[in-house]
Ligand binder design. Structure first.
Ligand SMILES: Nc1nc2c([nH]c(=O)n2[C@@H]2O[C@H](COP(=O)(O)OP(=O)(O)OP(=O)(O)O)[C@@H](O)[C@H]2O)c(=O)[nH]1
Length: 336
């Protein structure tokens, strides 16, 4: 996806709020992090932690957030509950690698409430759905079983061991390295795997029938929609469309989906069959006819909060799409 810095709005996690750090947080941040039990687990935190470093650090997080380089956020109670600072959670981007490193800490007096997995899990899901990344990385000291358990709970996989310099420990320390991609992080805190529409076939996977469309504007650009946070494969770009319901034709399903998702009216006569995808996902086999459409009524509007992009055929490869779409993109580029 082309570089763009999405505006950041505070993220509710359920019980807490992830919001930018502010100058007034400095005193409490200092109180919570200037604690050996917390500082000893963090690579970039000195111990003792000087009070004025809290002001400096908070100032730098605002700049890096505005640049889209790093998202270091307060884990706080909601404003109605007093807004108390409980800890921090952060992401540092590596644009070239299309990855971001996740880190977090929670003040000792707030341990034991499941704050870290709730906050870090929320930020991980948001990042994969909204930033130009495909992967998250994280590390935990080899002797920090609590932190490794948090990462596993969110969906991170251990990928090896390494060493990192720890300011608080005065040198290099052994760490466990973790990674997570879109398939690893559950779409929401409570979500199970997506339920396929059809019952399993003996010895095989259920077939999921999805109708999709390449909407093409007068400039020959194709509309892609970004799968929003909370859905499987969130953050990938796809052709608008959706599951075909029992008794529906693919054309009727598309007409319904385009009205619901984009607010446009399309007639069957304007849907030209173009190609199809047949792709084995882990728990289902996707069969997806792709139609092309150049005529519709109404203005294309993101009615479900999804990001939309009109993309020139030569630029389609810049957008990360589900694996099933890769052959379709090649065909479409040649055709247009
Ligand atoms: N619409 C669409 N779906 C695609 C594309 N490529 C692809 O693999 N799919 C897959 O096809 C399925 C589409 O389902 P969907 O969008 O209607 O449904 P969903 O799982 O998002 O949930 P929903 O039932 O709440 O709408 C998803 O598993 C999606 O990953 C594509 O280009 N367009």
């Amino acid at each position: 996806m082309p570089d763009s810095i999405p505006p950041f709005a505070p993220l509710p996690t359920g019980r807490f709020l992830l919001r930018p750090l502010r100058a007034e947080d400095a005193a409490e941040l200092h109180r919570l992090v200037n604690d050996w039990e917390v500082a000893k687990t963090l690579a970039r935190v000195p111990f003792p932690y000087p009070r004025d470093l809290a002001d400096e650090w908070i100032g730098s997080t605002a700049e890096r957030l505005a640049e889209g380089e790093a998202y270091h956020l307060a884990i706080a109670r909601s404003e109605e509950e007093g807004g108390a600072l409980l800890g921090c959670v952060g992401l540092t981007l590596d644009r070239a690698a299309r990855s971001a490193e996740l880190g977090y800490w929670v003040g000792r007096r707030h341990w034991g409430q499941g704050i870290a997995p709730e906050a870090a899990g929320r930020l991980a899901r948001w990042a994969l759905a909204n930033l130009a990344i495909d992967r998250l990385t994280a590390s935990a000291l080899t002797d920090n079983a609590r932190s490794a358990a948090v990462l596993r709970r969110i969906g991170f996989r251990p990928v090896g061991e390494g060493e990192r310099d720890f300011l608080s420990r005065g040198g290099a320390m052994p760490v466990l390295l973790f990674e997570a991609g879109r398939g690893d992080i559950a779409p929401s805190a409570t979500a199970a795997a997506p339920a396929p529409a059809e019952p399993p076939v003996e010895g095989g996977k259920p077939i999921l029938l999805v109708a999709a469309v390449g909407l093409i504007d007068p400039d020959n650009r194709v509309l892609l929609a970004r799968r929003p946070e909370g859905k499987p494969l969130a953050g990938l770009w796809e052709f608008p469309g959706g599951k075909v319901r029992p008794g529906e034709t693919p054309e009727r399903a598309l007409i319904r989906e385009l009205k619901e998702e984009l607010g446009i009216d399309v007639t069957e006569a304007c849907l030209a069959p173009f190609a199809f995808a047949s792709h084995g996902y882990e728990s289902f086999h996707l069969l997806m006819p792709l139609f092309l459409c150049r005529r519709w009524q109404g203005a294309v509007t993101a009615l479900e909060g999804q990001a939309l992009a009109w993309v020139r055929p030569q630029r389609l490869a810049d957008y990360a799409m589900p694996p099933a779409d890769v052959p379709l993109v090649a065909l479409l580029r040649d055709f247009l």
